[in-house]
Design a protein around this ligand. Structure first.
Ligand SMILES: *Cc1c(COP(=O)(O)O)cnc(C)c1O
Length: 226
């Protein structure tokens, strides 16, 4: 399938303009490049985009080390769920890991930081819809968990992130995430995707994660890259 008509630069300008119009002139746009061809990522870099989100460790590993050599100011966030046995690879690859949601993972990340001599920034993922199949910590546990990750495990927790349930109104979920982040005293709120980033901005997102709205449709996942 050839989609030569995707204008990544044009889409980026349009999304940025919509974020500003929604009141988010300081909101960080994370371009979600999972399952996108490299050529579209390079177009985004050429258009000045520097913050990217990836879901899979292996895709990020193939894509980013070589590009960082050319664009040293690139910042790559892991926004997909992370297996404990990949914690070390993740700490080596990502500037920010947005999906800390269980104690064992925090322990593994902390160990990886010490081993590699690196400090990263972390978000606690909150399962605002309490969906059993989804990652993220339950809302009731989120504030205490964030404190433990910070104080007991020594990770730099800078915020909370959420992916609301697909079939529900997003506003209550965004509002809940903001309330929990306020309670925890952390500054970043990563919420909002292509379909709802303007709502997220209006409700206080500091970071929105936009994929298809910038890059067009994703290639279907063809394997079990993780
Ligand atoms: C894929 C993904 C996005 C981007 O989704 P779009 O609908 O393509 O904008 C944002 N956040 C997470 C966690 C994702 O997995």
């Amino acid at each position: 399938m050839v989609e030569a008509d995707v204008s990544v630069g044009g889409n980026l300008s349009a999304v940025r303009a919509r974020i500003v119009a929604a009141g988010g002139k300081d909101t960080v746009l994370i371009a979600v490049s999972k399952a996108q061809p490299d050529i579209r990522v390079d177009e985004a870099l050429a258009a000045g985009q520097r913050v990217f989100g990836e879901n899979y460790v292996q895709q990020a590993k193939a894509r980013w080390p070589s590009r960082r050599a050319h664009w040293p100011d690139v910042e790559v966030h892991l926004i997909g769920s992370l297996q404990t046995n990949k914690a070390e690879e993740a700490v080596a690859l990502f500037d920010v890991i947005q999906t800390v949601d269980r104690e064992r993972l925090a322990v593994a990340l902390s160990k990886a930081e010490r081993k590699l001599g690196l400090k990263r920034r972390y978000l606690v993922e909150v399962n605002t819809g309490e969906e059993p199949q989804k990652g993220g910590i339950a809302p009731m546990e989120a504030v205490a968990f964030a404190e433990r990750v910070q104080n007991a495990h020594g990770l730099d927790v800078v915020g909370f992130m959420a992916i609301p349930p697909a079939e529900e109104l997003v506003a209550p979920h965004f509002a809940l995430l903001v309330k929990l982040a306020d309670e925890a005293g952390v500054p970043w709120r990563s919420m909002g995707m292509s379909a709802d980033f303007e709502d997220a901005v209006k409700l206080g997102a500091t970071h929105v994660r936009v994929g298809t709205g910038i890059f067009g449709a994703r290639a279907p996942r063809s394997d079990a890259m993780g």
